[in-house]
Design a protein around this ligand. Structure first.
Ligand code: DON
Length: 303
């Protein structure tokens, strides 16, 4: 007899435990997270979500926001205009490296902070408050419910955002960023502080899996935009562990420093895992193990 899906997911969580890795502490508020939380959600294209573990615990989306803001920037400006400002090559560097292409000054890709700050600035405004509101409302439509900012995480990160501020000023000197760096970093930091659960993230991932179509049939993204986003996630979503991830798990993915991790199986499902302890690349340590296990058990690898 086949194991029911929630029982199977619970079993996977039980078997992928361990207390390796460290909770992110360069954002003071994230250091307060309970390191033992563990959750998974799997969403189908028609909106059915199966979960196990701490599926209703909220955490900040952090870098998992990056592919969705990149999508919105492309929808607003067109692909060519976005690629002119942000390249699509893996950097092989850590997420917070400056990693600009020599000559053009373009950030290497939209998944590292430099590229994500540039992508945030490309979302239509007119002002920075309206721009952030469009980002928040877009994430909410993808998740199928209203999402809000965790103000404590936002304030805590903004207070120590010197490195991102430096990146934004650098982007301005090379003509990639047109807005005022403090406004752009503020908006980008708010985007990273949007509060989600694995259920929300799995639904957001499922929209990418469904070529931009939400479960209610609404086309939230053009299929070619979803394809561009998934391609960049596949090559750059796991930063300097992207090659390891693609060979072992084999699906487009994106991690965040609060411990979230999404994976997309095109045409089939969106998957999200949450576990705050991170490996040395800044990816969820147990999250990576859970995905490796799912990929083996279910043959998720696309190659
Ligand atoms: O900009 C930052 O450093 C954070 N708001 C997001 C970084 C992040 O999530 C990296 N991913 N693992």
């Amino acid at each position: 007899m086949r194991t029911p899906i929630p029982d199977y997911l619970t079993q996977v969580l039980d078997e992928c435990g361990g207390d390796d890795g460290e909770v992110a502490d360069y954002i003071a508020e994230l250091a307060q997270a309970d390191p033992d939380r563990l959750a998974i959600a799997v969403a189908t294209l028609d909106g059915v979500v199966a979960t196990a573990g701490d599926a209703d615990v909220a955490f900040s989306i952090q870098s998992i926001s990056k592919p969705f803001t990149y999508a919105l920037a492309i929808a607003d400006q067109g692909l060519d205009a976005v690629v002119e400002k942000i390249d699509v090559e893996p950097s092989g560097d850590a997420f917070n490296e400056i990693s600009l292409e020599r000559g053009s000054g373009r950030p290497r890709n939209p998944m590292i902070n430099a590229g994500a700050i540039a992508a945030h600035a490309l979302v239509a405004g007119p002002g920075s408050d309206e721009r952030f509101e469009r980002v928040r409302s877009f994430y909410s439509r993808l998740a199928g419910r209203e999402l809000d900012v965790d103000e404590a995480v936002f304030e805590s990160e903004l207070g120590t955002a010197d490195r991102n501020m430096a990146i934004a000023y650098m982007l301005r000197t090379v003509g990639i960023l047109e807005g005022a760096p403090p406004d752009v970093v503020r908006g980008y930091t708010r985007q990273c502080a949007v509060s989600v659960t694995v259920r929300d993230l799995a639904r957001m991932a499922a929209v990418l899996a469904g070529q931009g179509r939400a479960p209610d049939g609404e086309q939230l993204l053009e299929p070619q935009v979803a394809r561009q986003v998934l391609s960049v996630m596949a090559t750059c979503g796991m930063y300097d562990a992207a090659g390891d991830w693609l060979t072992t798990v084999g699906i487009p993915a994106k991690s965040g420093v609060a411990g979230g991790l999404i994976g997309v199986l095109p045409g089939q499902v969106g998957i999200a895992v949450f576990s705050p302890r991170l490996d040395r690349h800044g990816n969820s340590a147990r999250g990576v193990r859970v995905f490796e296990r799912l990929s083996r058990d279910m043959g998720l690898h696309l190659m």
